[in-house]
Ligand binder design. Structure first.
Ligand SMILES: Nc1ncnc2c1ncn2[C@@H]1O[C@H](COP(=O)(O)OP(=O)(O)O)[C@@H](O)[C@H]1O
Ligand SMILES: N[C@@H](CCC(=O)OP(=O)(O)O)C(=O)O
Length: 365
């Protein structure tokens, strides 16, 4: 069966006062339940709304501290999932709550546990409902917005489609709330710097990130081979229409599909250092998919242990890729010194094996 991740923003779940709107929630629940019954698509929901609902329930304003926001999320998340539970139960479906942070996805073991849990839930026809674990998410470990979280959920679940439902029917040439003559872009084959520059932040009281985070989430997903659509929540039967490839919203076409491990390496991990490599090694990596041998390494930056993820950089400071390194920075420095004194190493001194390495086609660093 095919898998689809549907991300729904705060504005699509709340009314003008920031209160949870049962009418809006029913709309998404009906669509997800219908998909589940179709036996063609397995849906996974990424739902925002905890902070807005928590604030409303506590009677707090939006001018609050980080810990008050986290407290509001802790209150709101319970209310949100309870409402989902009730509405899905009426459709004969059970729901599961998954609260994640970036740190959970960066760690390979946790990533695999999340993947296995997702698989089990989906196999049992339980609807996974994911949100950021706002109560523990601080800057260093947070996604910061559910658009990014959604793209990682699409990677974890190896989804074919990723739909971002929001308060506007796609990406426009400029924010239409500011520029009246802005036009919607229907199809995007490649997310260039120019496309990225069209996307601005959120104008609403409740949204986080606006189109900026949606386009960057679309970039991660399309580069992992996932088809992405940004569409309006208000469009009747929007999910079904998107999956039938009706021309609504903005569709981002996928690039070549990467293996799940390589997608994880490319987009879920944080680099702890850098390896600077020569032209010959860059050529071997990009055109022959070779492993990175010590002979091609020119320099090392940062402090890292064996198994850490590092950026692979050209001598011209261009990002070539990322990989899991077989030596600590200290050992690499020793080996490079000995190499410079004429010692030759065989293939045993493979710095990064090709299965642990992903080439990234960045336009520029
Ligand atoms: N180029 C653009 N095209 C469309 N919308 C844009 C653009 N740039 C910024 N936006 C803003 O992005 C908003 C949607 O994002 P956001 O408020 O974060 O919603 P959500 O809560 O659904 O994530 C739109 O309402 C609009 O104000
Ligand atoms: N995790 C937060 C939502 C963060 C977020 O990205 O919100 P939105 O832009 O409305 O999708 C919450 O549940 O309130």
């Amino acid at each position: 069966m095919n898998r689809v991740v549907i991300k729904i923003g705060t504005s699509s779940l709340t009314d003008q006062k920031g209160q949870l709107s049962e009418v809006k929630m029913k709309k998404i629940v009906h669509q997800v339940a219908k998909l589940q019954r179709s036996e063609v698509w397995q849906p996974v929901l990424v739902s925002s709304g905890a902070i807005a609902i928590g604030l409303e329930s506590l009677g707090w304003s939006r001018q609050i501290t980080v810990s008050e926001k986290q407290a509001a999320a802790a209150v709101g998340q319970g209310l949100l999932i309870e409402k989902y539970r009730q509405l899905f139960a009426k459709q004969g479906l059970q729901v599961a709550q998954l609260l994640l942070t970036r740190a959970d996805i960066e760690d390979r073991k946790r990533f695999i546990h999340i993947r296995n849990t997702m698989e089990t839930l989906i196999r049992h026809r339980i609807v996974p409902i994911v949100n950021e674990n706002d109560t523990v998410a601080v800057e260093e470990i947070e996604f910061g917005d559910n658009d990014s979280l959604g793209s990682f959920v699409a990677l974890v679940t190896e989804a074919q489609r990723f739909i971002l439902l929001t308060d506007i029917d796609g990406l426009y040439t400029a924010n239409p709330h500011r520029v009246a003559e802005a036009k919607r872009i229907d199809k995007i084959y490649e997310i260039t710097k120019e496309i990225e520059s069209l996307a601005a932040g959120s104008e609403s009281m409740v949204g986080t990130g606006g189109m900026r985070t949606k386009v960057s989430a679309a970039k991660i997903a399309t580069h992992s081979g996932i088809d992405v659509v940004i569409a309006s929540f208000e469009e009747p039967n929007v999910v079904e229409k998107v999956l039938r490839n009706e021309p609504i919203g903005t569709r981002f076409y996928p690039q070549q599909r990467m293996s799940s491990k390589k997608s994880w390496l490319a987009y879920s991990t944080r680099s702890e250092g850098k390896l600077i490599i020569d032209q010959g090694a860059a050529q071997a990596l990009t055109s022959r998919g070779s492993s990175l041998l010590l002979a091609g390494v020119k320099g090392v930056k940062g402090n890292f242990a064996v198994g850490a993820v590092v950026d692979i950089i050209s001598e011209y400071d261009q990002l070539i890729g990322k990989g899991m390194v077989n030596f600590s920075d200290r050992d690499l420095v020793h080996l490079l010194e000995r190499q410079s004194l004429g010692e030759r190493f065989n293939n045993y001194h493979e710095c990064i094996h090709r299965d642990q390495l992903v080439v990234l086609q960045e336009e520029e660093k």
